[in-house]
Ligand binder design. Structure first.
Ligand SMILES: Nc1ncnc2c1ncn2[C@@H]1O[C@H](COP(=O)(O)OP(=O)(O)OP(=O)(O)O)[C@@H](O)[C@H]1O
Ligand SMILES: [Mg+2]
Length: 443
């Protein structure tokens, strides 16, 4: 994505990459308010890290207390290097990641093990380690990572950590406060586009009787719940392969009553946009040479679509589905998601498969109903749009599927009516194996 402004921040981040390539460790903690632009700066680093090995992890609000979840996510690409660690450190990490069972490892030993692991892999190739939403990291991972960050020395390891709040453990590290973009400009443009009605917002929502069958969700045309009217597919986390993980591996299908339970459950779907008229507004109101204005309008349209999705979700809970008619939340509480239910979108961590949007769009007839189209690659047009599913289960929560193994990809392909190669193409970013390698081994 194109960044507005942020020249001094970019310079600092460019220097981090330069120093790491030159063999020097660097740590930067980005801190700033929600939505201020921390994650887009992380993406900036990721896009420029060519030649480096990239580790990424993101704190998830609901997994805060799952010990070592984030550290595990971060280290997935090099789990096969664990045997390069001295025995006790290897054992500590193996237990922390649920690869083996054993007594809970000492915090210090885990931290040390991660430090050794980072230096080991950085010996092959400079390492860039990006950890976002640190405020939601499980405590054990946060402790281990701040231990590592404080002790890195002359090894080619760069860490960029982003957080809404500065944690005490990190206060000794180089911080960089990310402040609001030229907020006044954005407000002025927002006022104008509202007053002059530049944009139109459309939404379509729908609800169906539904039950889970395995990791699929069957949707029915009516309460008779006969032959499925449509089928949603979900992916399941595959963490800590031997079942020693303290929490079950989650799939979205878990938030819908299984068919065999006999319970009459429901699922909703939505598509919203606030980008109708955006292209026209650009052409008519923004000068062709005004890059800043162009990006700002796009950013505003995107934010408005997110806000509209939030508002529709609220109406769904209170009136349209109506499972929480008495809910009254402030804007802050809405942002903190202190309500019952979730609205995960295909292409995001809980369901990384973008093609599921195809089913949602067909169910809603979203193009005719709301003027939102899907491109061949399952992107939405206008771009300022959000679509996804509604789940109402009190225990439903956001999670990341993480990386998936070949056994699940084969199963998923069969469920989707795809070849395994097709499934590997769509799930490329979340495969926990190299499909080419797997093929040559099979041959
Ligand atoms: N420099 C920028 N140029 C263009 N757009 C930006 C810029 N910074 C932020 N944005 C817009 O603002 C949105 C929010 O930014 P971002 O997701 O990085 O916030 P954040 O600080 O990570 O927030 P959170 O704490 O909620 O994770 C982005 O999706 C993008 O549309
Ligand atoms: Mg962010």
């Amino acid at each position: 994505m194109e960044l507005i402004d942020r020249f001094s921040e970019r310079r600092v981040l460019d220097e981090v990459l330069r120093d790491v390539r030159a063999g020097q460790s660097r740590v930067v903690v980005l801190h700033g308010e929600p939505g201020v632009g921390k994650s887009v700066l992380m993406d900036y680093v990721a896009e420029r890290a060519e030649g480096c090995r990239l580790f990424r992890a993101t704190g998830v609000e609901s997994e805060m207390e799952l010990p070592y979840a984030a550290l595990h996510q971060l280290c997935v690409p090099v789990l096969n290097h664990l045997d390069r660690l001295p025995g006790p450190q290897r054992d500590a990490l193996s237990v922390a990641f649920g690869i083996r069972s054993g007594p809970t490892p000492e915090r210090f030993l885990t931290g040390l093990a991660v430090l050794t692991l980072f230096s080991e892999v950085a010996g092959d190739q400079p390492l860039v380690c990006l950890v976002d939403d640190l405020q939601w990291l499980d405590h054990a991972s946060a402790q281990a990572l701040s231990f590592v960050a404080r002790r890195l020395g002359a090894e080619p390891v760069g860490m960029v950590l982003a957080t809404r709040v500065v944690l005490a453990d990190l206060s000794s590290l180089t911080g960089m406060q990310v402040k609001g973009l030229r907020a006044a400009d954005a407000q002025a443009l927002l006022k104008r586009l509202v007053a002059e009605r530049w944009l139109t917002a459309n939404a379509v929502v729908g609800f169906w009787p539904a039950n889970a069958t395995g990791d699929d969700i069957e949707l029915y045309a009516d309460e008779a719940r006969g032959a499925p009217h449509a089928r949603l597919h979900t992916l399941r986390q595959q963490m800590g392969g031997d079942g020693k993980r303290e929490r079950a591996n989650t799939a979205l299908a878990d938030f819908v009553a299984p068919k065999e339970s006999g319970l009459a459950d429901y699922v909703g779907a939505f598509a919203v946009t606030s980008g109708i008229g955006e292209a026209d507004a650009l052409a008519r109101h923004i000068d062709k040479t005004d890059d800043y204005g162009r990006i700002m309008l796009k950013a505003l349209a995107d934010r408005l679509a997110e806000a509209f999705a939030e508002r529709m979700h609220e109406r769904v809970r209170r009136e349209l589905w109506g499972y929480a008619p008495g809910e009254r939340l402030s804007a802050e509480e809405l942002i903190a998601e202190s309500y019952q239910g979730i609205r995960p979108a295909p292409g995001y961590p809980a369901q990384p498969d973008h093609t599921e949007k195809g089913t949602i769009f067909k169910l809603l007839d979203a193009e005719a109903a709301a003027g939102i189209a899907l491109t061949e690659s399952f992107a939405m047009w206008p771009g300022a749009a959000v679509s996804g599913l509604y789940f109402s289960h009190p225990d439903s929560h956001y999670f990341g599927v993480g990386k998936v193994e070949r056994d699940q990809v084969e199963d998923y392909a069969a469920r989707k009516g795809w070849s395994v190669e097709e499934a590997e193409r769509w799930l490329g970013p979340v495969l926990n194996y190299d499909p080419k390698l797997a093929q040559s081994v099979a041959a």
